[in-house]
Design a protein around this ligand. Structure first.
Ligand SMILES: [Zn+2]
Length: 376
C-alpha cells in the first residue's frame, strides 16, 4: 500500500510505503532526546540522526521554507531510528508555536514535514501563602515564570491585586505542565485559581473554547460592564497607568490603555455595537481603528497587523464583529493589542468596563457559570 506524503518543498514529493505501520509486528524504534548546543548546525544534527548523505541536499533545500525552525541553544530535538525498517528521523521542536519539523528517511526516501507537537500533559496543583510578592511566592514552586502572570490574569479585571492583597493570604492553583518524552517543556494554562482577597476566598475557573479561553467567576456575571473582551483570550501585559516607563523610548509617559498580548493574526472583535468613526495608520499607533458607542464611549485599537478591508467610515458594527488582526505596527516591541477607552472624550481606565470573555463565547460562558454555580 502506498500513500503519498505532502511535503513542504516542491522537490520533495515522495511515496512512502506505509506497510510498516500495517504490519502485525510493531516497528521497533529507539528515540533519544537532546538539546541544541552552541555551535550545533543542521549538518551536525543530520549526522547525529545518521540520515543518509544522499538525502542531505534535499533536506537543506526544504529547510528554506521553514524559517521558524532556526536552531537555538536549549531547543529540544530527537533522533529516532529503526534499523530493521531503515527509518531514520530527526525531529526539531519549536515549543513556541507548538510545531515540530520532521526530517525522515525511509529506505533512503527523504521527506520533510511539520506537524503539531504531541505533548504529554500532566495536571499539577500548588498552594501556598503570599510571603513577599505573590509572583515570587508562585515562582518559588514553578518552573515557568509565565504561570504567576497567568494566575494574576485570572483576577486582573476585578481586583487591583498589588493594592488589595494581604500578607500571608493563601493561594492555590491548578495548571497543566507539558512534556516531550520525559522533558519538561513549559507550563500551560492555569485551570483553577484561588486567592484570598479582603478575607474572602476568590475562585476563578478557566473555560477553554475553540477560540481561546476565559477565567470565569461563577458568582459574578459582569452585567454592569458594557464591553466584551475584544480578543478570544485575555493576557494582560500592561495596565492603564497615568505614568510609566515607555518600553521603546525609556521615557516616563502615560499609558492610557491596556495591552493585551496575542500572536500576530489573532482576530479582534468589536466589544460593543457602535459606529466606525476612524481608521488608518500613524507612526506611533500603527494601524488603528476607533469605534464610537452609546453613552459617550469611544474605543481604540492600536498596532493592528491589518484591519478588515470592508471597514468604512460611518458604518455600524454589531457586538462581536470582526474588525482586524493583532499585529505590531507603529511603536511596538511584541505583537499585542493596545486597547483604550474614552468616556466624554477623556481616556479612562478600561479595566472595570470589560467583561473577561469575548462575545463569541457568551453562551458557553453562561452555561459554564450555571454549572459552576451548582457545584458551589
Ligand atoms: Zn499600550
Amino acid at each position: 500500500m502506498l500513500s503519498s506524503i505532502v511535503l513542504c518543498s516542491n522537490l520533495l514529493v515522495a511515496n512512502i510505503s506505509t506497510s510498516a505501520t500495517s504490519n502485525i509486528t510493531p516497528i521497533k524504534t529507539s528515540v533519544k532526546y537532546y538539546s541544541v548546543k552552541k555551535g550545533d548546525t543542521y549538518f551536525s544534527l543530520f549526522n547525529k540522526a545518521r540520515l543518509p548523505k544522499k538525502n542531505i541536499s534535499q533536506f537543506i533545500t526544504a529547510l528554506k521554507s521553514h524559517k521558524n525552525f532556526k536552531l537555538k541553544p536549549n531547543h529540544l530535538y530527537s533522533v529516532e531510528r529503526s534499523k530493521k525498517q531503515k527509518i531514520n528521523s530527526l525531529k526539531v521542536y519549536n515549543t513556541e508555536n507548538d510545531q515540530v519539523l520532521v526530517f525522515e528517511s525511509v529506505d533512503n526516501q527523504a521527506s520533510v514535514y511539520t506537524e503539531e507537537i504531541n505533548y504529554k500533559v500532566k495536571i499539577k496543583n500548588i498552594k501556598g501563602k503570599v510571603v513577599g510578592s505573590l509572583v515570587n511566592a508562585i515562582n518559588s514552586q514553578s518552573k515557568d515564570r509565565i504561570l504567576a502572570y497567568r494566575f494574576l490574569d485570572a483576577f486582573a479585571l476585578d481586583f487591583n491585586i498589588r493594592k488589595q492583597i494581604q500578607r500571608n493570604a493563601p493561594f492555590a492553583l491548578t495548571f497543566e505542565e507539558k512534556f516531550i518524552g520525559n522533558h519538561f517543556v513549559k507550563t500551560d494554562e492555569v485551570l483553577k485559581a484561588e486567592l484570598e482577597i479582603n478575607k474572602k476566598n476568590i475562585k476563578r475557573t478557566y473555560v477553554e473554547n475553540d477560540f481561546g479561553g476565559s477565567f470565569i467567576d461563577p458568582e459574578e456575571n459582569f452585567t454592569n460592564r458594557p464591553f466584551y473582551l475584544p480578543l478570544p483570550k485575555m493576557r494582560i501585559t500592561s495596565f492603564y497607568q497615568r505614568r510609566r516607563k515607555h518600553p521603546v523610548s525609556g521615557r516616563r509617559i502615560a499609558h492610557l490603555g491596556i495591552d493585551f498580548e496575542a500572536p500576530t493574526g489573532t482576530p479582534i472583535f468589536s466589544p460593543l455595537e457602535g459606529e466606525i468613526i476612524k481608521f488608518g495608520k500613524t507612526r506611533g499607533a500603527g494601524r488603528y481603528v476607533v469605534i464610537k458607542h452609546k453613552n459617550n464611549f469611544k474605543s481604540y485599537y492600536n498596532h493592528l497587523n491589518l484591519y478588515d478591508p470592508n471597514l468604512k467610515k460611518g458604518m455600524m458594527v454589531k457586538t462581536g464583529t470582526y474588525i482586524g488582526d493583532v499585529g505590531c505596527t507603529g511603536y511596538c516591541t511584541k505583537p499585542h493589542l493596545h486597547f483604550a477607552l474614552k468616556k466624554n472624550n477623556k481616556f479612562i481606565n478600561p479595566i472595570k468596563h470589560i467583561k473577561p470573555h469575548p462575545f463569541i463565547i457568551k453562551k458557553l460562558v453562561e452555561r459554564e457559570r450555571k454549572k459552576l454555580a451548582l457545584v458551589l
